[in-house]
Design a protein around this ligand. Sequence first.
Ligand SMILES: *Cc1c(COP(=O)(O)O)cnc(C)c1O
Length: 372
Amino acid sequence: MTTTASAPVPRPGVMEISAYVPGKDGAGFSGRIFKLSSNETPLGPSPAAIEAYRHAAEHLELYPDGQATELREAIGAVHGLNAANIVCGAGSDELLGLICRCYLGSGDEAIITEHGFLVYRIQIMASGAAPVTVKEDDCRVNVDHILAAVTEKTKAVFIANPGNPTGSYVPMSDIRRLHAGLPAHVLLVLDAAYAEYVRRNDYETGVELVSANRNVVMCRTFSKAYGLAALRVGWLYGPAEILAALNRVRGPFNMTVPGLAAAAAAVRDQAFVEKAVAHNSLWLEKLTHAFEAIGLKVTPSVANFVLIHFPDLDGKRAPDADAFLSSRGYILRGVAGYGLPNALRMTVGTEEANRGVIEALGEFMAQNGGQA
Ligand SMILES: *Cc1c(COP(=O)(O)O)cnc(C)c1O
């Protein structure tokens, strides 16, 4: 077909994408800022990772190992996985994009859930496919709704487990039931970005399901519990034939030398991760109780953040709370873009930050009227 466009035109779907809006960083607010908007760890990375990063600075003229061999082997050793079934990416965001580029195209559908991570929708649309959104039950993924949405066009299903921004999780028995109900050619993507934080007996990352099947992959990240968000390191565990596709399409040097080195050191320092998880578990519970005690609803969370629901009352809604907290230096995440206009997501912070938010929200809820 000849085209008469007077300028280059992006592929269908691209201009319909709503660009990702990251959590606010406190710019524009004066005074001390507590950034609790991007699920970054308050403990920073392992000192061993920082040391490895500094060491890597000595030879910046050299290309990285395009196979990320050392990092894949370190991950494999810690998780008991075959390094040949691991591929590393510039954050799991890159890996999610690669999955879409390799497995989705125009005319295809991919299923996501009501409050699912927005990167899925963006990458699905960027590949020319159509995202199909299914309802959640009160911020919980319902696998029956997903199965009911499968059509002949369905090529992939994306689930964050635990979910972001909900913090809820799908028990492994439900994930297995979902997988059992999917046609063999549909790819099930399990995004376990927050897996390190979960302390539930009926939760699993999905490793066994990946090992036993040809149509399941699991994505992980060094951005959250490992505290290396700045370096952009993620990984995916999957069947060899899927990796053969992803490895053809990914950039040959998609990782950086400092990122690879720091991540390898970080994954070997599991004692540090345990400390981060212990801090998180303690405060997850304290924050939830404190917010419930002042009349707020909190979605039960197994991740490193809580989703706080505000009353449907003038002056007490989420945007009012957001403005109130921001003016005191506490930057939370508005989640209207996730279909939750009256909720805020708060990352578990330092003790000081957490106590500060508890106190500030107490004041906010106690003040009468607001704009009413
Ligand atoms: C933070 C997050 C990721 C990780 O993204 P990176 O690109 O690895 O930093 C992936 N999935 C979900 C659901 C997340 O919240």
